[in-house]
Design a protein around this ligand. Structure first.
Ligand code: CMP
Length: 137
């Protein structure tokens, strides 16, 4: 069993597709071990994406992630990290395979509907960033 962190980003929350996206996880074998709707502060977003601090898109990414509430979940299942990334599709929705979350719900590489941890190691770090142990079951 693996756990991974999922964020439904402000664009998808504003579109009213929280339920449709969570359904993709559940119908594809990813159990929702924790979930919450949160308005991130600038400090939250900068700290969460600190690994991208030197990338040219960093400021736009932070501005976007605090532009409205997000839904943050811990997903659990066999190969959860890879499974979630397959369900999400490519970072750039224009390159995302048909039937993936980003192909169906995302507009562009900034407003790309969802975030998912890219490795088991980062999943543990990202989960601990947003959730305490008692919030996960
Ligand atoms: P996410 O998986 O949340 O991780 C970092 C985010 O930065 C990424 O999704 C994209 O929404 C955003 N981003 C914007 N431009 C780029 C880029 N050129 N490469 C990667 N990520 C980008």
């Amino acid at each position: 069993m693996q756990q991974t962190l999922s964020i439904i980003k402000p664009d998808a929350v504003a579109k009213g597709v929280i339920g449709k996206i969570l359904d993709r996880f559940e119908t594809n074998g990813l159990r929702i071990a924790a979930t919450k709707k949160v308005q991130l502060s600038r400090q939250d977003a900068e700290a969460f994406y600190a690994v991208h601090a030197n990338r040219p898109f960093f400021n736009d990414l932070v501005d976007f992630m605090i532009s409205g509430p997000v839904v943050i979940s811990v997903l659990e299942g066999e190969n959860a990290v890879l499974k979630n990334r397959e369900l999400m599709g490519a970072t750039n929705p224009k390159e995302a395979e048909a039937g993936t979350i980003r192909a169906d719900f995302a507009e562009n590489i900034d407003a790309n509907a969802v975030h998912g941890s890219d490795s088991v190691e980062n999943a543990a770090i990202e989960i601990a960033f947003f959730f305490s142990g008692r919030e996960i079951s």
